[in-house]
Design a protein around this ligand. Structure first.
Ligand code: AGP
Length: 605
């Protein structure tokens, strides 16, 4: 979720770059930097921290601020820790470059450069791109051709802006990560997000996957993925800056559900290769031998993060043969838990500041238990307290209701399972870990395939005061999470239950005023059993919404999701539940991003 800004025109670039970077602050970041080009010289200033820290550094420097060409960047570290060295722009003797995304094949490119005695000096994949461009620049003596050659070697997601000494233009490249060109008389802008430029222009060109562009103050040339020169349409965007920060969505929550495919892709991409090998070595500093001999994993979390742990429990147990306990933080902190000899403690927290999760983590550490955390906010308390931390790379989650963090947490939990299985040489897991690479596009398809149905459904159901959510097997914790989503933003009382438990009490709730949502993957015996539950509900005049890839006539409505392997179904089945909560709350006119009585991070008991 990094931010890119670039400028080439008649005005001084520095002010435009800094205000653009500040407009991207809502995306969150841990470092920032700029490069300014004065004729044949490029000066770069970058730092860990906020844009304000960068501004201070620039003021203390003697950089020539009259430059009319420059690039800037705010980094949300994916590869390499937050530091001034790892901050962008990355530069070489001739080139300075900023990048948003993840280069999947950076390891093989690093080997390619090493063979030419060119070695990277930072912990980032981005530096590899700058080194490649510089290498080809020396070969071709032409920046455009060198840039084309380097970009042609990249696999993965990228939005890139680069400048070079001796050439009066900027090169851009776009693949999966967004990049827009802003148009104005005698000046050309570039950014990863309209919100960085909306105060300067309302005319934009949205580059497409595979596009490469050459821009300067009065020229824009674009080539498509086949290197054919193309004309891209200009789009007028009349948004306010705040609307632009929501990417045109009405609320951050819907934007963040729409981003889940990118959030999961960013979380897994640099940690699994195309053969399904999982790379967590640099992040899990806990001894591999210890992991190999684990006999218990204790997961502690709250709210949605707790449901992520509950969802992943059967997967971890199935693929590692290790018993997993999943505990609610607020209860666990007062419970004298009998840790086993080889016990790993995992804390899951989007914010990394939840007191009810932080305290149990501290207690586990005080008992000498090895601790690992799964956190979304860099350098947060829980991240710093644990022996190891694996960051979800979901980007900042602004809306109080947690959505993209949930699926990103699942992705990390699945990777931990496959990583431990790999250490234990469990072949079965290896075949499956590759399936994680297919998840981002399945999430994206689910969003687009179900959004309209759910909007209509929400219009029919938003006036109900009670809802029951049922699920079996791996769908049971999804029912719990779906009910929480509905509760916290629509204020409707919604209860998640194991479907088999209906006959032990909850069925007394069923009548025409209490609809039931049933989450049912077609895997047997869960599917048939869930349909029997539907029969019981129907005979008591209860309405039924079924979430499944397999329709059933008994349901008043089926939200059809794509076919997916049972073990990976949570990534897809949760999307409609998040969307339903969003649209029901929308019809009820609630303040969706800041629901009543709730905070994004509960830092008190
Ligand atoms: C989820 O939508 C809620 N906002 C809440 O349950 C949240 O998951 C819980 O407070 C835990 O927060 P954390 O993940 O930041 O620790």
């Amino acid at each position: 979720m990094c931010g890119i800004v670039g400028y080439s025109g008649d005005k001084k670039a520095l002010g435009i770059l800094l205000s653009g970077l500040q407009s991207l602050e809502y995306r969150g970041y841990d470092s920032a930097g700029i490069s300014l080009k004065n004729n044949n010289d490029i000066k770069t200033i970058k730092t860990k921290g906020k844009v304000t820290d960068l501004i201070t550094l620039i003021a203390e420097s003697n950089i020539n601020t009259s430059a009319t060409v420059g690039i800037g960047h705010t980094r949300w570290a994916t590869h390499g820790s937050p530091s001034s060295v790892n901050a962008h722009p990355h530069y070489t003797e001739h080139v300075s470059l900023v990048h948003n995304g993840i280069i999947e094949n950076y390891r093989s490119l690093e080997k390619f450069l090493k063979a030419k005695n060119i070695n990277k000096t930072t912990g980032t994949d981005t530096e590899i791109i700058a080194l490649l461009v510089d290498f080809y620049l020396k070969e071709h003596k032409d920046f455009k051709n060198a840039f084309f050659e380097a970009i042609g070697m990249l696999k993965g997601s990228f939005a890139i802006a680069a400048i070079s000494k001796g050439f009066d233009y900027m090169m851009l490249a776009k693949n999966e990560s967004p990049l827009v060109i802003g148009l104005s008389k005698n000046e050309t802008y570039v950014a990863s997000d309209v919100s960085a430029l909306i105060e300067y222009t309302h005319d934009f060109i949205f580059l497409e996957d595979g596009d490469v562009a050459l821009i300067n103050k009065d020229n824009i040339t674009i080539w498509d993925k086949d290197k054919k020169e193309v004309k891209r349409n200009t789009t007028k965007i009349e948004w306010s800056k705040e609307k632009a920060q929501k990417g045109g969505y009405k609320h951050f929550m819907l934007k963040e559900i729409a981003e889940e495919d990118e959030a999961v892709r960013n979380t897994i991409q640099s940690r699994i290769d195309e053969d399904g090998n999982v790379f967590l070595n640099d992040e899990i500093t806990i001894d591999k031998k210890f992991l190999k001999n684990l006999d218990r994993i204790t997961i502690v979390a709250c709210g949605t993060s707790f449901y992520a742990g509950l969802t992943a429990k059967p997967i971890i147990e199935k693929y590692t043969d290790i018993k997993v306990d999943v505990e609610i933080g607020s209860e666990f902190r007062y419970y004298d838990y009998p840790y086993s000899k080889n016990n790993l403690f995992i804390a899951i927290s989007q914010s990394g500041e939840t007191a009810d999760t932080k305290e149990p983590l501290k207690m586990a550490k005080s008992k000498g238990i090895k601790t690992l955390s799964i956190v979304n906010v860099k350098e947060s308390a829980i991240a710093r307290l644990s022996d190891s931390c694996i960051y979800t790379l979901a980007g900042p989650e602004i809306s109080v209701a947690s959505t993209k963090a949930f699926t990103s947490q699942l992705a990390v939990l699945y990777m931990i399972a496959f990583y431990i299985a790999q250490i234990k040489n469990y072949e079965a897991a290896k075949k499956l870990s590759k399936k994680l690479l297919e998840i981002p596009s399945l999430i994206k398809n689910t969003f687009s395939q179900t959004q309209e149905t759910i909007k209509q459904l929400a219009d029919q159901y938003y006036n109900y005061q009670n809802f029951l959510y049922l699920g079996r097997g791996i769908c049971y914790p999804l029912a719990l999470e779906g009910a929480l989503k509905l509760k916290e933003i629509s204020y409707i009382h919604a209860e998640g239950y194991p479907a088999g438990e209906m006959k032990h009490g909850p069925i007394a709730l069923i009548d025409e005023n209490t609809p039931t949502l049933v989450v049912a993957h077609p895997k047997e015996p869960f599917y048939s059993k869930s349909l029997s539950n539907c029969e019981e509900i129907k005979s008591r005049h209860g309405k039924i919404i079924l979430v499944s890839s397999k329709k059933a006539d008994i349901a008043d409505c089926t939200i059809e999701v794509p076919d997916i392997d049972y073990d990976f179904s949570p990534f897809v089945y949760i999307i409609p539940l998040q969307l339903l909560a969003y649209y029901v709350a929308l019809f009820r006119g609630n303040d969706i991003d800041q629901p009543r009585n709730l905070a994004k991070s509960v830092t008190v008991e």
